[in-house]
Design a binder for this molecule. Structure first.
Ligand code: NAI
Ligand code: 13P
Ligand code: ZN
Length: 347
């Protein structure tokens, strides 16, 4: 792999009540100037107000904006508001963090990620998934200079979000298998270190599946650290390949065809079951682990009709078609998609 720059967060703070330290953490990072706090409609109260209060206590000038979808216009709205601010904080789920991350990258100012749920591995990643006309596109961004993960807040989030985060981590298994396949077949760049970190993260989470329980700050800490290390693997690789393969193609396709998609991590977890089957791997182990974690393993549990599962499976290979995976260039037929989803119990 030729010479590259790897950007990683400088500080990662996890723990109960950590959000109250936001102002001090920013001062210790020697981040001065005005601050922009980006939240979602729900997460303004859940974490945004505490972040703003903590910044005011450290005499920062604070502006804030609430966004409700990860669209290009949301990114532009935040960029327009950044003006003289020199620091942006994203306080919320994956959509809020992605908008804040991309807007700060485009405004060339520092970004701090403040996840209020452990539901996705974009917390520390150098990517932002932004909706455009054709669906979600994964765009290059700068990773956060810092992460502040309050495990008290995260543990109080609906458990469904924590289980979805585990689904996004479990998906590393098939993402790595696809990456290895594409490296062998097409000699695409492959990073042993990024793959090892991504795989180890997934293995550690799976080995701790029994300990991932609702309402526990320890469970929130375990999952949020795994999600952060998954995002760091993406930074080391310089691509989302360590955490995004055929199972993510399926999830992105479901985002397009399903009238009401499930959570990103939930869709990726179910996608991992089916893609592991295509790889000839132990898909039952993936399914049973997701069951232990209480993440969905079927279309019904995701609230998605079988027809959309089949349609997404047929479409999946066309999503980011340059990224070769077990789906190949031709993808699945209607019949083979139905058989796959039935054999794995997804429909
Ligand atoms: N940039 C990257 O590398 C990655 C980006 N993503 C993106 O992240 C998004 C998925 O993120 P999610 O967090 O699953 O969805 P989301 O951002 O829509 O959040 C899900 C819901 O949880 C709520 N929520 C958040 N924290 C809460 C709390 N403490 N208590 C109660 N409700 C809370 C939010 O307000 C929202 O209604 C997708 O757009 C996906 O493409 C996913 C993985 C990686
Ligand atoms: O979701 C991700 C990793 O979990 C990001 O992957 P994409 O590059 O497919 O958006
Ligand atoms: Zn993902």
């Amino acid at each position: 792999m030729d010479a590259r720059k790897i950007q990683l967060p400088r500080e990662i703070h996890t723990g109960a009540g950590m959000i109250k330290e936001t102002g001090k953490i920013c001062r210790n990072l020697r981040l001065d100037g005005d601050v922009m706090v980006v939240t979602g409609p729900n997460t303004r109260k859940i974490g945004g107000d505490a972040v703003i209060e903590s910044l005011l206590e450290e005499d920062y000038n604070v502006n804030d904006i609430t966004i409700d979808n990860p669209s290009k216009s949301s990114v532009e709205a935040v960029q327009d508001e950044i003006k003289q601010c020199s620091l942006v904080l994203g306080v919320g789920g994956g959509k809020v963090i992605d908008v804040a991350k991309l807007a700060s990258t485009r405004a060339a100012v520092n970004f701090i990620s403040v996840p209020t749920a452990a539901s996705h591995d974009g917390i520390a990643s150098p990517r932002a998934s932004i909706k455009d006309e054709g669906g979600n596109v994964s765009l290059k961004a700068e990773p956060p200079i810092g992460v502040i993960a309050d495990t008290e807040i995260i543990s109080k989030a609906p458990f469904r979000l924590l289980a979805a985060g585990c689904g996004d981590i479990v998906s590393n298994y098939t993402a790595i298998l696809d990456w290895k396949l594409a490296h062998r077949l097409l000699d695409i760049d492959y990073s042993d270190s990024a793959a090892a970190l991504s795989e180890m993260t997934a293995k550690m989470t799976i080995n701790s599946a029994d300990a991932i329980k609702e309402g526990l700050t320890e469970s929130a800490g375990l999952v949020v650290k795994a999600l952060i290390s998954s995002g760091i693997a993406i930074s080391i690789a310089g691509t989302s390949r360590p955490a995004s393969g055929s199972e993510h193609k399926f999830s992105h396709a479901l985002d397009i065809v399903a009238p009401k998609p499930a959570l990103h991590g939930e869709q990726c977890g179910v996608g991992t079951i089916m893609m592991m089957y295509l790889h000839g791997g132990d898909w039952k182990f993936i399914r049973d682990t997701l069951k232990v974690i209480k993440a969905p393993t079927t279309a019904y549990e995701m609230g998605i009709e079988p027809e959309y599962i089949i349609e997404a499976l047929q479409m999946a290979h066309t999503i980011r078609s340059e990224r070769y995976t077990i789906l190949g260039d031709r993808g699945l037929t209607h019949e083979s998609a139905r058989v796959l989803a039935e054999k794995t119990g997804v429909i």
